[in-house]
Design a protein around this ligand. Structure first.
Ligand SMILES: [Zn+2]
Length: 327
């Protein structure tokens, strides 16, 4: 489960590929422009010759050189280039380098040496075998969310509303969760019967947050407990397992899908408590999707877990028929 040196190298190679690609694309655009607008070529030559001239002056002079005139002239030339590009219908940044990730310029690291979110997500993808999630999220996202699967007539006695009314409210809360993700700490407990769309909704949120450069780990409860067991039972042998589990505390959003489908025992009860508790302490959001009502959560897990969830999570009950049959 740990990332091998080969996988780390593969991440580095991917960054090199991206840098090379943007460099090549830039060269192509430069070539194209020098054919289409030769005047820009002339300006570029003027910029480099006047920079050389300025450097020569500085080196030869004993007194500090006044460079105000030089900077003014360069600014004038840069503005002229931008005006020419615009005149010919090109965007102002056409001759700048364009990176896949503008935050880190495809290096994987930010200026303070911290890992960029794109690198964290690349590690997560390898560590948690999430390569399939991208395909799922291509389909399961808010653009494809469809209210037509929810009954608009039958009033649910517990909630005193129709499944359609309910899902509209749940939908708005999820949108709000995304909108305020960086400012308002919140967790979601999405529960309801099988097939009402809990996982689908969690996937929609995952997609929206990944698109806005957040690191997201998506795990079924069974996989989560396998990882936690690896970490706890291999503690002495390897720090690699610690590294894997580190992402579980560190990622921007952790999604635990289908909680309650695993066999619960003393290990799962204490591991879940620890995992949820660590994230509450570091104020890192979690989304749980489950068939377990709060009452069943207590019997399946513990009073302690129940109270952590009640105190820190928004409860979103989804009602309705099995969508997978309607679809
Ligand atoms: Zn980046």
């Amino acid at each position: 489960m740990a990332l091998t040196q080969f996988q780390y190298d593969e991440i580095e190679r991917e960054y090199s590929r991206r840098q090379l690609k943007s460099q090549r694309e830039l060269s192509k655009r430069i070539d194209y422009i020098s054919k289409t607008i030769p005047e820009i070529d002339r300006i570029n030559r003027e910029i480099s010759s006047s920079s050389l001239e300025q450097a020569r002056k500085i080196l030869q002079s004993d007194t500090p050189e006044d460079s105000t005139e030089y900077h003014k002239n360069i600014q004038k030339l840069i503005k002229k280039k931008a005006a020419l590009l615009k005149e010919h219908g090109f965007p102002a940044d056409y001759l700048n380098i364009h990176h896949t990730c503008e935050k880190c310029a495809d290096t994987g690291y930010l200026s303070n040496n911290e890992k960029c979110v794109c690198r964290k997500q690349a590690e997560i993808k390898l560590l948690y075998s999430q390569s399939n999630i991208e395909n799922i999220l291509e389909v399961e996202n808010f653009d494809n969310f469809n209210f037509k699967y929810f009954d608009s007539e039958t009033i649910n006695k517990d909630l005193n509303k129709t499944p359609l009314q309910n899902i509209h409210e749940v939908y708005d809360i999820c949108q709000d969760f995304i909108k305020k993700f960086d400012t308002d700490y919140a967790n979601l407990y999405i529960y309801g019967n099988t097939g009402v769309g809990k996982t689908y909704l969690a996937n929609c949120i995952a997609k929206a947050l990944m698109d806005s450069s957040h690191s997201v780990i998506y795990l079924s409860a069974i996989n989560l407990f396998n990882i936690l067991a690896d970490r706890d039972f291999n503690r002495a042998q390897s720090h690699e397992y610690q590294h894997i589990a580190h992402h579980l505390t560190d990622c921007d959003l952790l999604i635990i899908d289908d909680l309650g489908t695993e066999l619960s025992n003393t290990f799962t009860v204490s591991a879940l408590f620890q995992c949820l508790n660590e994230r509450i302490i570091s104020r890192k959001p979690v989304i749980i999707s489950t068939n377990l009502s709060l009452h069943n959560l207590q019997t399946h897990y513990s009073e302690r877990i129940l109270s952590r969830i009640v105190d820190n999570y928004k409860m979103l009950k989804i009602i309705g028929n099995d969508i997978r049959i309607n679809r």
